[in-house]
Design a protein around this ligand. Sequence first.
Ligand code: 3PG
Ligand code: MG
Length: 403
Amino acid sequence: MASFQTLDDLDADQTVLVRLDLNSPVEDGEVQDNRRFERHAKTVRELADDGHRVVLVAHQGRPGRDTFVSLDQHADILADHVGHDVGFVADTHGDEAIAAIEALEAGEILLLENTRMADDELPEEDPEVKAETEYVQALAGAVDAYVNDAYSAAHRKHASLVGFPLVVPAYAGRVMETEYEANTSIATREFDGQVTMAIGGTKATDVIGVMNTLGDKIDTFCLGGIAGHLFLRAAGYDAGYDRHEDLDLYDSQWEANQEIIRDLLAERGDQIELPKGLAYEDDGERAEHTNEELDAGAYDYMDISEATVEAYEPYIRDADAVFVKGALGVFEDETFSTGTVGVLEPIAETDCFSVVGGGDTSRSIEMYGMSEDDFDHVSIAGGAYIRALTGESLPAVELLLDE
Ligand code: 3PG
Ligand code: MG
């Protein structure tokens, strides 16, 4: 099996450039702490404690968006998690950045400015092209080694992600190692018994991709989310239709995917568990319809019904492995968290092998009093997680693998 060079393989006393993914929610200009800081802190602390000079790079937001801000706040948040000072310089790869790198002592940590503020970073280009950019050449000249810990950004062919491995010795960080192993486990591990995937979220194409790629590995798909509504529509129920002119949740996805969804139901119907009903809001309270009662023209459905949770539960309790991709309902509102929490709780309570990921889904674990320790892996990746599940390669990961 292909494998990484890791921190265990680094020579002593190196100046190490480390790519993290600290991309975070920003509210009113304030960067919000989140588990990415906590996870990456492990890699950073280990490097500093081993006496390396640690130079960190990361991105935040995209140009033109409110979340596109400096990393100065990230340095403070990260420092709290690492338990060491983290210096910051407001320069991506210019003279100021290089001087700050050269001034580092053993065990010191420095964060450079938002990679996406460098012109070379964003255009998606091949590693060979990125390796020749000023950004990569300038930083590579100031360091001995490159560590990529940014699994959750590894689907991007950006300079800081794919340029360095061609120029300096490259290693996988601890987050990179764990994410890669867990998120490919569905393909690489053998399971003796039932394998279940609870799958929801907003994108039909994600669900379709996963069913097509993993249909032979997964015994049962338990459906929810927007995608679940579209499958109900394909099965002839009155769900998965838009009812607000300014909100396109269903109809364009339906137009683009209805035939594939119908084919999947025809070919894999015995593997696909559809919701038994959906929940909506009635005077501030949760109310439910069975599939026969659904009325998409009059109600906004926000979660799978309790009967659905009961129907899904045995597929989880009796499973050898459970994978979760995407939320089953709008869990951010407690009223509609029943589906998502109802799937996660039995996973936490039993000792099946479990991986949870997909956008914000994993946030519900903390929100509703569960512990990440009760799952084998809770991914911090969104786009990269779905690509891993559907067997797409991640360019920045490929460059680190030795086979
Ligand atoms: C993420 O937050 O999902 C990753 O950091 C990738 O960010 P991007 O979608 O802006 O490239
Ligand atoms: Mg468990």
